[in-house]
Design a protein around this ligand. Structure first.
Ligand SMILES: [Ca+2]
Length: 120
């Protein structure tokens, strides 16, 4: 990607970031997104507190979403990465999901993935 542009992650671009959990159902999971040379932005779902995922750090290098996995998956369709002004070089989007223990008898499960980004 060119410097000072932005990159949208979605199915149309063939780079959608999707999350899920086999058994969390409607229980909360936590998804953490992080880059090191830019900022991430998502469009939160509108709705009363407690019915839509919480989004913290929106527009910064680290964005955290807590809520239903299917709701978070929907929000991630709006994910956009913008490198820091004037930055060229490598970056990486790290995606971490923690099911917060939903649901099972053996504690929380996590999974992660890294998307390499090249600005220049
Ligand atoms: Ca689970």
């Amino acid at each position: 990607m060119a410097p000072d542009t932005s990159l949208a992650f979605n199915r149309a671009n063939g780079n959608a970031v999707e999350v899920g959990d086999l058994d969390a159902g409607f229980d909360d999971v936590r998804v953490s997104l992080a880059v090191t040379h830019g900022q991430l932005t998502v469009t939160p779902l509108a709705g009363p507190a407690g019915t839509v995922p919480t989004v913290t750090g929106n527009g910064t290098a680290t964005v955290e979403l807590v809520g239903r996995a299917d709701h978070i998956d929907y929000i991630l369709r709006s994910l956009v990465y913008a490198p820091s002004s004037g930055y060229t070089g490598a970056d990486a989007l790290t995606v971490l999901i923690d099911d917060l223990g939903h649901n099972g008898f053996d504690g929380a499960k996590t999974a992660s993935a890294v998307v390499d980004l090249l600005v220049g």
